[in-house]
Design a protein around this ligand. Structure first.
Ligand SMILES: [Mg+2]
Length: 281
């Protein structure tokens, strides 16, 4: 397969959008060469944003995690799918508390939307009429065996909005192993109830639009043809970037391996404009 160098491609663009997991970091920490590449973009004052399907932590916490790994990414340069869910919750009128499946950290997105958050772990049937919406935020923070059943039973009885703040179905935890993510749990419940929930995150274009608007506010007029989206996943990063109308670069440092990239592009029909091994060099 023909791959090219990130450093050469990036020269053609004024702005870069990065996915996080599989591009800047992975289960091992910061990806080799990412520190140098990001430092060089900072030095050349190339504007960028990090777009991540993540509702488990706030941008501030994500920024702090990057910093521990030696990567300096400002809070305001991080756009999460949790932020999109938060903006939905804050503009929608919701009658009651927002029940969430996730960790206490993730419930920050509900609290910042000025809604009262209640964990599925603390929920029982006596509270059924107090709940105004349900949000899937994270795969951790609750007992799958009991708490997913509680959510199913609540939603069988109540027709209230259900938000999936991260639609990713899995995430890599080792070289060849994955773990079930929030999106897969939500999809299980959707299929049981035969209902479609409200999904946030790439490949939907909201996060791209949010990042683009914030870049315009900071840097003035921008041309989409001068924006490059860099990601490791075809059906989220590359499809999302393509739908938003920007050029895309697939890196092979995460979800898509050198071995299966070609066949995945063929079978999905999602084709990046460029392929590079990683953002190093
Ligand atoms: Mg990724």
């Amino acid at each position: 397969m023909y791959t090219t160098k990130f450093s050469e491609i990036v020269q053609k663009y004024d702005v870069v959008l990065f996915d996080s997991y599989g591009v800047l970091k992975n289960y091992n920490g910061i990806i080799e060469g990412a520190r140098e590449t990001m430092a060089s973009l900072e030095k050349r004052k190339v504007p960028y944003r990090v777009l991540t399907n993540d509702a488990s932590s706030s941008p501030k916490m994500l920024s702090e995690k990057f910093e521990i790994g030696g990567l300096n990414i400002k809070t305001e340069h991080i756009v999460t799918s949790g932020m999109m869910a938060k903006s939905f919750l804050s503009t929608k009128s919701i009658n009651g508390k927002v029940l969430y499946l996730g960790t206490e950290n993730s419930s920050q997105y509900i609290i910042e939307a000025n809604k009262e958050a209640i964990s599925i772990s603390d929920y029982d049937d006596s509270l059924i009429h107090e709940i105004g919406a349900v949000v899937f935020l994270d795969d951790e923070g609750y007992q799958w065996s009991t708490d997913i059943n509680k959510a199913v039973n609540l939603l069988r009885k109540r027709t209230i909005p259900v938000i999936v703040a991260n639609s990713d179905k899995l995430y890599p935890v080792a070289k060849n192993d994955v773990s079930i993510a929030t999106g897969a749990i939500a999809q299980l419940v959707e299929s049981i109830l035969n209902r479609d929930f409200i999904h946030f995150g790439k490949p939907d274009v909201q996060m791209f639009a949010f990042a683009f608007d914030s870049l315009i506010k900071e840097h003035g007029e921008l041309n989409k043809s001068k924006v490059l989206m860099v990601g490791d996943t075809l059906h989220t990063d590359i499809l999302g970037g393509t739908k938003f109308g920007v050029d895309t670069l697939l890196v092979l440092s995460g979800n898509t391996s050198v071995k299966n990239a070609e066949s995945m592009i063929q079978s999905t029909g999602v084709a990046p404009d460029y392929i590079a091994e990683s953002i190093a060099h």
